[in-house]
Design a protein around this ligand. Structure first.
Ligand SMILES: NC(=O)c1ccc[n+]([C@@H]2O[C@H](COP(=O)([O-])OP(=O)(O)OC[C@H]3O[C@@H](n4cnc5c(N)ncnc54)[C@H](OP(=O)(O)O)[C@@H]3O)[C@@H](O)[C@H]2O)c1
Length: 307
């Protein structure tokens, strides 16, 4: 059932990839509130709701569709989205896609896999801008920093879950690198702000949070949302590295590699002034509250933080 999709009263018709994701969910809600009619693509089956028509499809496949939309928005993996976009015959004058600040952060990583992520992100951005320019389409890329707010992220939520399970979180003393966590609602709002901004055409913007703080303080605030509150133990970095190698020897904590450790001391703060200036981006400070990362009584898992 294509609810309201063809209504003349809609603000516009958007095709959204990643609408089931942590940015995508609030984005669908904000688009609907602003009067957009949404066609959302997911690999899973979803039930249509007023204003949202779901299409079950995979970006890996060749889902071709000659339909016309006012905007195509990607909150899914950028490289897959761009490959699909370049091969599709979709008609839309506007494309907004999420990439990642990892395109910069990981390009000089000690880990080949991380350098590969950065390369794929940069190549995807280039292909998106080139394809859009060929077609006379206005494209914008939004590069978020570390995302939080949906309780589904692989960094702060993973840290909270691990700490809740063990009642203890151990950090190396070097974990003081600056961080700029950004709330998923602010990223969703950024899409609505950037859509009409002609100055943003052909541009990529860092979209970080409204507060920059050291890694250990960010983690301390996350732990303060948990009941009972886990202990944060800071140990000398060489001792942490020694313990980590021991754990690796036993096949544990393999996701916590030297590159992740190295990044804990790196300043990962980005200039959000261009986004403020060009489309009024105004993210909140790092606001956390009880239940935001791990709800009371929620089962916790063994996932490792990614940043
Ligand atoms: N998480 C972070 O800290 C972070 C930081 C910087 C940038 N980013 C970027 O921000 C964007 C959104 O991130 P997120 O954390 O909100 O993502 P997410 O929660 O992991 O959701 C990803 C979405 O992409 C869709 N998707 C994945 N593979 C697909 C495929 N092959 N075909 C169709 N759809 C596919 C998924 O839809 P279905 O499962 O329903 O198919 C899901 O809705 C991504 O580009 C990500 O790289 C994330």
């Amino acid at each position: 059932m294509e609810n309201d999709i063809h209504s003349a009263a809609v603000a516009g018709r958007a095709l959204v990839f990643g609408g089931s994701g942590q940015i995508g969910e609030p984005l669908l809600a904000q688009l609907l509130a602003a009067g957009w009619a949404v066609t959302a693509v997911s690999r899973q089956a979803h039930v249509d709701t007023p204003g949202v028509h779901w299409v079950q499809a995979d970006l890996y496949g060749f889902w071709r569709d000659g339909q016309a939309f006012d905007a195509v928005i990607s909150c899914g993996p950028l490289d897959n989205f761009v490959r699909w976009y370049a091969g599709s015959d979709i008609r839309s004058p506007r494309v907004v896609a999420f990439g990642s600040t990892s395109a910069e952060v990981k390009q000089d990583s000690a880990e080949p896999a991380e350098r590969d992520v950065a390369r794929r992100l940069r190549e995807a951005e280039q292909l998106l801008f080139a394809t859009a320019a060929e077609r006379g389409v206005a494209a914008t890329v939004l590069r978020p920093t570390l995302i939080y707010g949906a309780g589904r992220d692989k960094t702060l939520t993973s840290i909270a879950r691990m700490a809740k399970r063990t009642r203890l979180l151990v950090l190396p003393s070097c974990a003081k690198g600056l961080r700029q966590p950004v709330h998923v609602q602010d990223l969703a709002k950024a899409v609505l702000q950037v859509l009409p901004a002609a100055v943003s055409h052909g541009q990529a913007y860092a979209v970080g949070g409204g507060e920059v703080l050291p890694y250990n303080q960010m983690v301390r605030r996350v732990l303060a949302t948990l009941q009972p509150r886990p202990l944060l133990l800071r140990v000398p970095t060489p001792l942490f590295v020694w313990a980590l190698r021991k754990a690796h020897g036993k096949g544990r904590l393999l996701g916590m590699n030297e590159a992740v450790l190295e990044r804990m001391r790196d300043p990962l703060a980005f200039d959000i002034e261009p986004a403020r200036r060009d489309f009024g981006y105004a993210p909140r400070a790092f606001q956390v509250q009880e239940g935001m990362f791990v709800g009371a009584g929620e089962n916790v898992d063994e996932a490792l933080p990614e940043h």
